[in-house]
Design a protein around this ligand. Structure first.
Ligand code: AMP
Length: 400
């Protein structure tokens, strides 16, 4: 685990604080922010700088403008939203680098906030090697660098990793980043055992790294959701129309092979709900996957005996990680498995970490979000952090 410098380790007084945030929020066609969660998540770091005598230069990406200055990807509406949430004026920069931006940054007084324009208006943000001067130009704007963008910390981009080298002993984690490092790092890298992980979601390919890593780290791994069907097919079971990835069959076989001498290490569903259509009026059957899913049907949720097995396993755990829904939970008829697991996790006394938008949404829908120890906001960053034990955006920060 990285023991990196934290925002509270540095003096903010009269400093220009350059802060990378993740303000990649959804906008509607009227350019209004429709979900402000990510902005709200960075408010503690933002307020800390302003309350401690610093001025703030915020930088973020928004969407995928692919190196072009497209107005629909401007951070202006985000700055407007931040201004309301913070109850504080925000100066909007016309760009993220260049003489005008340097002038605006240089003239900031303590307590003032400057929001830079979308970093991804430049290709060098995502491809630092294409223009190393981009990170350097950004770095010139501030005296201190804070990274509070955990959601993009798995990318070695100009503003998340490369830039930190221009701030020796002055590159620190913001509160949001620090919370993720503490919660995931401290809890999962030396977990109180038994440590149980549940992984769901559509595809095995996006989570194969974390699955292998969890097989090494966790005492028990429960797998549900769409990715289970690749494991079923790998064992020669008929899977009907179920979602699966043929190119991952060998990988699935090798994972199954690696646990064959470890009874109870890996649990796959022992029954599934299969449907003849992806809608509320579909006909459904409960099947044991080893008996095969009938033609014309596809697996959409874990079945009742799997729920019992997974919930019983959960009761024995001291540390629990959950990522990914156990079925097509967006359709209420196929959400029972995900709901049952969310509820069981919400009621556990164990240390519980939940990552991924869908799992968090399921907990929120059930009013159980506050019952888990840590909701990780990261998505891909969370999974890669668990897999590799660090991330480029964390590695780049100054060590304590
Ligand atoms: P992920 O982003 O990989 O965590 O996947 C989340 C998506 O997986 C959700 O949109 C679910 O609807 C989908 N999903 C879960 N189980 C299944 C399934 N059995 N068949 C198809 N999609 C599924």
């Amino acid at each position: 685990m990285s023991d990196v410098l934290s925002i509270t380790d540095l003096s903010m007084k009269n400093k220009k604080v350059l802060m990378r945030v993740d303000f990649n929020v959804p906008l509607n066609d009227k350019q209004e922010v429709t979900d402000e969660t990510r902005i709200v998540s960075s408010l503690p770091s933002i307020k800390y700088v302003l309350d401690h005598g610093g001025s703030l230069i915020l930088m973020s990406h928004l969407g995928r403008p692919k190196g072009e200055k497209k107005p629909e990807f401007s951070l202006k509406p985000v700055a407007a939203k931040l201004s309301i949430l913070l109850d504080h004026p925000i100066i909007m920069a016309p760009d993220c680098i260049g003489p005008e931006v340097e002038r605006l940054a240089a003239s900031l007084r303590p307590g003032q906030v400057l929001m830079l324009e979308n970093l991804r208006f430049y290709n060098a943000e995502e491809k630092p090697e294409s223009d190393p001067s981009f990170a350097k130009k950004l770095s010139k704007l501030g005296d201190i660098y804070i990274n509070d963008a955990f959601g993009t910390a798995h990318r070695a981009h100009s503003s998340t990793a490369v830039i930190a080298k221009y701030f020796p002993q002055k590159a620190a984690a913001g509160f949001l980043m620090q919370k993720e490092i503490d919660s995931i790092g401290k809890t999962l890298f030396s977990p109180k055992r038994p440590f149980l992980a549940i992984i769901g979601g559509a595809k095995i390919s996006s989570k194969v790294g974390v699955i292998k890593s969890l097989l090494a780290k966790a005492d028990t791994l429960l797998i549900g959701g769409g990715m289970a069907y690749t494991f079923f097919k790998a064992q020669g079971f008929a899977i009907g129309n179920s979602i699966h990835e043929d190119e991952m069959l060998n990988e699935a076989r090798s994972i199954l092979d690696s646990v064959k001498d470890h009874k109870n290490k890996l649990h796959l569903p022992t029954d599934v709900i299969a449907a003849d259509a992806m809608n509320e009026t579909a006909k459904t059957v409960t099947v044991n996957p080893s008996k095969g899913i009938p033609k014309g049907f596809e697996g959409v949720d874990i079945g009742p005996s799997t729920i019992r097995d997974f919930v019983a396993a959960l009761q024995t755990a001291t540390t629990v990680l959950w990522n990914g829904p156990l079925g097509v939970f967006e359709i209420p008829k196929f959400s029972a498995g995900t709901r049952a697991i969310a509820e069981a996790i919400g009621r556990l006394k164990a240390t519980t970490i939940v990552g991924g938008g869908d799992s968090i949404a399921a907990l929120q829908q059930m009013g159980l979000a506050s019952t888990v120890t840590h909701l990780s906001t990261g998505g891909g960053a969370t999974l890669e952090y668990i897999e590799f034990g660090t991330l480029p955006g964390i590695e780049a920060l100054s060590k304590k």
